[in-house]
Design a protein around this ligand. Structure first.
Ligand code: GAR
Length: 208
């Protein structure tokens, strides 16, 4: 049976769009996006979901983190979700989330982990830091989520060259286009085909 995928997003949802496009093109084998959940009621990701006939839910993140985590986890369990994809979800959920869905949560991060990651590294800030540091290569990472921010096992990475005239905005856009929008749907499809095996820190990708 197809795995039930929930995508959690806080913002514009271009990674969600890449997943929706991949699904339409038959590139997500063994899974179906059934829910987009946001902590922001005005997130454009919700509009993208509605335009594509995908169910939506909003759980506001104001207040206590553990209480918010419990509401999100209870909803995902109630919806019988098999895989949770964090696609620009800007809240770090508590341990109840990682415990309940261990090995079933994927995140996309806009850098080559372990560079420019962890608490405080999100969105445009990641690219500002990469430019400040002067790296020549950056990129994106899709990884499993554990209790350490951006610390879970790495599934796929793709490098992107930094240009001398890059601004955080131009670099962010290129990292999305050249890396995030490609490796996120690939990783989701691999997961849904049961082709990802965690062995210690490493993720083995099984042949078809
Ligand atoms: C993406 O670049 C994603 O990798 C990043 O936020 C952006 C969301 O864009 N996520 C993080 O920084 C998480 N640490 P989107 O809403 O258009 O997909």
């Amino acid at each position: 049976m197809a795995k039930r995928i929930a995508v959690l997003a806080s913002g514009s949802g271009t990674n969600l769009q890449a997943l929706i496009d991949a699904q339409k093109n038959g590139e997500i084998l063994g899974g179906e996006i059934v829910l987009v959940l946001s902590n922001k009621e005005n997130a454009y990701a919700l509009t993208r979901a509605e335009q594509n006939g995908i169910g939506t839910a909003v759980i506001p993140s104001a207040g206590d983190r553990e209480a918010f985590t419990k509401k999100v986890v209870d909803y995902l369990v109630q919806q019988k979700i098999d895989l949770v994809v964090l696609a620009g979800f800007m809240i770090i959920l508590g341990q109840q989330f990682t415990k309940t869905f261990r090995g079933r949560i994927l995140n996309v991060h806009p850098a080559l982990i372990p560079s420019f990651c962890g608490d405080g590294f999100y969105g445009l800030k990641v690219h500002e830091k990469a430019l400040e540091y002067g790296v020549k290569l950056t990129g994106a990472t899709v990884h499993f989520v554990n209790e350490v921010t951006d610390g879970g096992e790495i599934i796929l990475q793709k490098a992107v060259a930094v240009r001398e005239d890059d601004t955080p905005e131009t670099l962010q856009r290129r990292v999305m286009e050249e890396a995030e929008w490609k490796i996120l749907p690939q990783a989701v499809s691999l997961f849904c085909q049961d082709r990802l095996v965690i062995e210690g820190r490493k993720v083995k990708i099984l042949d078809k």
